[in-house]
Design a protein. Structure first.
Length: 145
């Protein structure tokens, strides 16, 4: 398994272990993790702290040229909000752990030049399926349903 996807899965598990939604993300630039995050909407009572947004926040202030060399790893297909941030910062590549339990606007990202790699990772799917089964109301809230 890719070490960066593994790091995103570790973040997802932190989210799960702290009572949140088990989605994790890492931002990689030049082969180094510069930011990590996990969904913290529940833990922090936030309307926007999806894993990718938490990861961007934890990455700190970066230059536009840094983002353009970056790869974002996420255990789940990014939603509309997180996809907007990917486009805003012109991140050229996103590695998605799985997109079967939820699929964001992947075609739109690709139409805007973002390279997507779908890992179809079994552990990512298992974590999400288990969470959705146990907490469907929290999951629906997280995706705006």
């Amino acid at each position: 398994m890719d070490k960066f996807l593994k790091a995103a899965i570790e973040e997802a598990k932190i989210g799960m272990d702290t009572g949140g939604i088990p989605i994790g993300s890492v931002l990689v630039i030049d082969g180094h993790i510069v930011g990590r995050g996990h969904n913290q909407r529940i833990q922090k009572g936030s309307s926007v702290l999806h894993a990718e947004m938490d990861c961007f926040e934890n990455s700190g202030r970066l230059r536009a040229s840094d983002y353009r060399r970056a790869t974002l790893y996420s255990t789940l297909s990014p939603c509309d909000m997180c996809s907007g941030a990917i486009l805003l910062y012109r991140i050229p590549k996103v590695v998605i752990g799985e997109n079967q339990t939820f699929r964001g606007p992947e075609e739109y990202l690709q139409s805007r030049g973002v390279e997507l790699i779908i890992a179809n990772d079994r552990e990512c799917r298992q974590i999400m399926k288990s969470f959705i089964r146990k907490s469907p109301e929290l999951w629906n809230e997280d995706i705006g349903e």
